[in-house]
Design a protein around this ligand. Structure first.
Ligand SMILES: [Zn+2]
Length: 297
């Protein structure tokens, strides 16, 4: 396992030079949000500022200038950022390629944080069971594709449904789920939820009116009690839905690109064939919300 400390998080190549450490959450952001000293929840408590992964200095600075500085600039104006992501969420891109949209930049950033946290835990945890879980993510095919995608200039990501919510509650929060692989990052009033490598399957079910209903529900809970973790309610609902989608994401690698096959189908009656079982969804919601300690009336 020690050799992973000499392997670049971004490009998966051995680091021969003097290695640099990449902050998973940029220091400038931590400072601005004054969350440097906060701990993250997991098997062990860690300061956000300590979470770093090995990287080539060139890969490190490339990611920083290509994505991180743009994310930090976008976060300067949360109102515009919220509206930009909302306006882009209607599209269900069939083609996946280099893309300069706000959603793509945020997706790359969240995807890097998600994988970075597991990479960091893999090389630093003493808990064997947790190490095995981290290993399955870091050595998984999706992460291999994410890195390939980055090398091909498509962003450090695979097609992943991105959602944004706005609350009055201004606490900062970071939640990662192993299954279904997701990350929630709440920065002040904005909450981002990314369904890691779901091939846009979640977006295919949760969009338009159903998404507005979820936003309305989150808004209602947030307004009736500002202490209520309404952002986690959003994550719970999205994760429950995703866990009930009777289809698995599928990606294939061809030439210099990765193709998202998740939305294609051979069945004649996809609406019926891929419909979500209401009872199963109800059970999944109850389980996840219980895990988050959320009680609804
Ligand atoms: Zn590298």
């Amino acid at each position: 396992m020690d050799d992973l400390r000499r392997v670049c998080f971004f490009c998966n190549k051995v680091i021969e030079e003097k290695k640099t450490l990449e902050h998973i959450i940029p220091n400038s952001l931590l400072g601005k949000l004054t969350i440097k000293e906060e701990t993250i929840t997991g098997r062990k408590k860690t300061q956000y500022s300590r979470i770093k992964v090995p990287a080539h200095s060139s890969c490190n600075s490339e990611f920083g200038s290509e994505y991180e500085s743009r994310v930090l600039a976008l976060l300067e104006d949360v109102e515009s950022l919220y509206e930009a992501i909302k306006s882009e969420e209607l599209g269900l891109p069939l083609m996946y390629g280099p893309d300069q949209s706000v959603s793509s930049i945020i997706t790359t950033w969240l995807s890097k944080i998600y994988y970075g946290l597991f990479y960091y835990d893999l090389i630093s945890t003493q808990d064997q069971e947790w190490k095995d879980i981290c290993l399955s993510i870091v050595k998984g095919r999706n992460f291999e594709f994410v890195r390939t995608s980055y090398k091909n200039g498509y962003g450090f990501q695979l097609p992943s449904s991105l959602y944004v919510f706005k609350t009055k509650n201004t606490n900062t929060d970071l939640v990662t789920l192993v299954e279904p692989s997701s990350i929630l990052l709440k920065i002040g009033t904005l909450t981002f939820i990314l369904c890691i490598c779901d091939g846009y399957l979640t977006k295919n079910y949760l969009n338009g009116e159903s998404l507005e209903r979820l936003r309305e529900c989150v808004r209602h809970e947030d307004e009736s009690n500002v202490e209520f973790p309404s952002h986690k309610l959003a994550l719970g609902e999205i994760a429950a839905l995703r866990s009930c989608i009777p289809k698995t994401p599928k990606f294939i690698s061809s030439d210099n690109q990765i193709i998202n096959m998740s939305l294609s189908t051979m069945v004649a009656n996809p609406e019926e064939y891929y419909s979500i079982d209401k009872n199963e969804l109800f059970k999944a919601r109850v389980d996840i919300l219980r895990e988050f300690n959320i009680k609804l009336d």
